[in-house]
Write a protein that binds this ligand. Structure first.
Ligand SMILES: *Cc1c(COP(=O)(O)O)cnc(C)c1O
Length: 400
């Protein structure tokens, strides 16, 4: 057994020099997954409360995705974005039937969908608002890693990175309506926000705040863009998080959960924003049949298996169980909606807790040093949560 482990670790040692360094990774190689679990090449199992970063909403390697990939790949993998394909047409209809939107554009990542949203807002400003191009976004927001979406993001540590930034973004503090009002000018074409900031540490936009924004947008002809890349597709206990606010954004973006692990994203908008002209927007893999078939299968499974309701009740259960640990380990600000949950830990021990849990076979995420975030697949059960709480308690015991 020792020998096997050594050999497997050699896979990292012998090959990691070929990978452009962008992040520190633990000394393990993930090999396979099923449901709520991942296994590494040493057959050690990990209970997954990260879910590929809020992506694997059906858990790992679900049958419906395997079937969709198998069947569609035998028929048509790629035909080019200049032709319609059947899953593209059906999936588009499924999305417009189940949301307040009329038109969709498919791409491959959240960043790309948000780029599309930014382009559409600028197109709208050019056509209807005398060339207005500015988009107001939130401090601590995360909209992606392309140059424009990094510029849109309100991440402090990115402020001086890759200068010069794409101009035209103003950042204001979340839930501060006066700051937002005073940043609006004749140059403003849109306001863009995550209903719940995910990477920022699970910070919810207040209902009154969003209602006011929605009214300001309507009165001034400014667009409201909801980045639901992380909150969409059942994650928060509603199909889309905008439903919690009883408003309708003009544009919404989806990624992460929509593909269940397959790279897929969607830009959704209303009929009156169907204003792109040929050549304005596109992409080699836009509406690629394999991705369309997977997205449709994932979406249908979420609806058919009532996973939106499961997200709500399991989320409430996780919050309850975490609250039991609150006083013992001085956890603060236990918060979340559905299966997007976070809490604050003392002494900035976030990454130490994540490391300890990893060692004990549990995956958690620490988006910043004082915060632990949980975003398990929507198929999570109470038994999974009980096991998560056991491992987390052990880890916290050994640290505090
Ligand atoms: C993850 C994320 C993105 C970026 O998505 P990618 O697929 O990594 O490009 C954008 N917005 C939000 C809210 C996200 O959580």
């Amino acid at each position: 057994m020792e020998q096997i482990n050594l050999n497997l670790n050699n896979i990292i040692k012998e090959n990691e020099n070929s990978i452009l360094f962008t992040t520190n990774r633990p000394n393990i190689v993930m090999d396979h997954g099923k449901g709520m679990y991942l296994w590494d090449t040493n057959s050690k199992s990990y209970l997954d409360f990260v879910g590929g970063w809020a992506v694997n909403c059906l858990g790992h390697c679900p049958d419906v995705i395997i079937e969709a990939i198998t069947n569609q790949s035998k028929k048509l993998i790629n035909a080019s974005p200049s032709f319609y394909n059947e899953p593209m047409l059906k999936f588009a209809k499924l999305l417009t039937n189940n949301s307040c939107f009329d038109r969709v554009f498919f791409s491959n990542s959240g960043s790309e969908a948000n780029e599309g949203a930014i382009k559409l807002a600028r197109k709208y400003g050019e056509k209807f608002l005398n060339g207005a191009y500015e988009i107001i976004t939130m401090i601590n927001s995360f909209h992606g890693r392309t140059l424009a979406t990094m510029s849109a993001s309100g991440k402090k540590i990115w402020e001086n990175l890759y200068e010069p930034k794409v101009p035209g973004f103003k950042h204001v503090p979340l839930n501060d309506i006066n700051a937002l009002k005073s940043s609006i000018s004749s140059k403003t074409c849109a306001i863009m926000l995550e209903p719940i900031q995910g990477e920022g540490g699970v910070n919810k936009a207040d209902k009154a705040y969003v209602e006011t924004i929605s009214n300001i947008c309507k009165e001034n002809g400014i667009l409201l863009i909801f980045d639901e890349v992380q909150t969409g597709v059942g994650r928060t206990g509603k199909l889309f998080a905008y439903e919690h606010y009883e408003i309708e954004p003009d544009i919404m973006t989806l990624a992460k959960g929509i593909g269940g692990g397959y790279p897929l994203s969607v830009l959704l908008t209303k009929e009156d924003l169907n204003i792109f002209e040929p050549g304005d927007q596109g992409g080699t893999y836009s509406s690629q049949p394999l991705g369309m078939a997977v997205g449709m299968a994932v979406f249908n499974e979420i609806i058919n298996e009532n996973l939106i309701y499961n997200a709500k009740i399991q989320g409430d259960y996780i919050l309850n169980r975490l609250n039991e640990l609150k006083d013992i380990y001085k956890l603060k600000n236990i918060r979340g909606m559905g299966l997007l949950i976070a809490f604050d830990v003392p002494y900035n021990k976030g990454s130490e807790i994540v490391e300890k849990c990893l060692e004990k076979g549990l995956l958690l995420n620490s988006p910043r040093s004082s915060i632990i975030r949980l975003m398990p697949p929507l198929v999570v059960t109470k038994k999974d949560t009980d096991k998560m709480i056991d491992i987390l308690s052990e880890a916290l015991n050994s640290i505090f």
